[in-house]
Design a protein around this ligand. Sequence first.
Ligand SMILES: Nc1ncnc2c1ncn2[C@@H]1O[C@H](COP(=O)(O)OP(=O)(O)OC[C@H]2O[C@@H]([n+]3cccc(C(=O)O)c3)[C@H](O)[C@@H]2O)[C@@H](O)[C@H]1O
Ligand SMILES: Nc1ncnc2c1ncn2[C@@H]1O[C@H](COP(=O)(O)OP(=O)(O)OP(=O)(O)O)[C@@H](O)[C@H]1O
Ligand SMILES: [Mg+2]
Length: 243
Amino acid sequence: MYRDPALLADKISEWLALKIKEAKKSGGIVGLSGGVDSAVVAALLRRVCGKDMLALILPCQSLASDIEDAKLVAEVLDVPYRELDLTSTYETLMKEAEALEGPFERLPAANVKPRLRMTALYLFGQQRNFLVCGTGNKAEITMGYFTKYGDSGVDVLPLGDLLKGEVFKLAEYLGVPEKIYKKPPSAGLWEGQTDEEEMGISYHMLDLYLAGKEVPPDVAEKIRKASLRAEHKRKTPPICKIG
Ligand SMILES: Nc1ncnc2c1ncn2[C@@H]1O[C@H](COP(=O)(O)OP(=O)(O)OC[C@H]2O[C@@H]([n+]3cccc(C(=O)O)c3)[C@H](O)[C@@H]2O)[C@@H](O)[C@H]1O
Ligand SMILES: Nc1ncnc2c1ncn2[C@@H]1O[C@H](COP(=O)(O)OP(=O)(O)OP(=O)(O)O)[C@@H](O)[C@H]1O
Ligand SMILES: [Mg+2]
């Protein structure tokens, strides 16, 4: 079911090089979280751009262990990186917003974090003439498991046609440290959050479904419904056409 990682690495590298050239950019930038998706994008950028790239580590009330993992990835892959801590920016914004609105619910408050990261990535990206590279894979994009205009607010999605299992294999192929692709995928937006628990479905099932293999009918139905609900996230906003 999973395609050869060497072939995937070559295809995506070629595609990334083309997108950077077409946009007249001199390299690429990616947010580095300590998770596997961003590690793979960083490794691919390193292959394509050499050191004309930046991995931006953007803690925002993050687990210290995730930030250590992000630095480990940057060092092992030998990619240029910077750290900009968004925690105090986030806390100031939320404190002032709460003074107007009272306490916010968990999701609207959590979604501010990827949206602040998007802002930081475009700040550094435009300054350095780098393309903003997203990390979403086919399973996340299908499920709408991302923040609209947050982690989805990017210029290109090099992993957008890959199953999660292919991302794991690509990570191993590209020399990402094993602990990064062995830990449970998490958005890291609150303590204990994991992708599979929040989506209510495993990546294995998602990969089987997306590869056209048989999955239990209730699983298929759940994926179809989530995908339909998230349709608006995969499109540009509808325009009200005046006759
Ligand atoms: N039909 C429709 N047409 C046009 N717009 C529509 C709409 N329905 C909702 N909307 C808009 O969409 C908004 C809801 O979407 P959104 O803001 O994305 O919010 P939502 O989908 O509720 O939350 C984002 C989800 O992605 C997860 N996430 C986020 C970031 C990273 C990762 C990760 O894997 O690392 C995961 C996060 O844990 C959460 O489960 C609404 O507030 C509304 O403005
Ligand atoms: N602390 C962070 N610093 C910089 N970028 C981040 C941070 N947290 C999240 N991001 C960005 O948001 C993206 C989406 O997060 P997501 O959790 O889906 O990917 P991941 O952490 O790379 O891999 P995994 O899905 O296995 O956790 C990340 O790939 C990264 O680009
Ligand atoms: Mg993560």
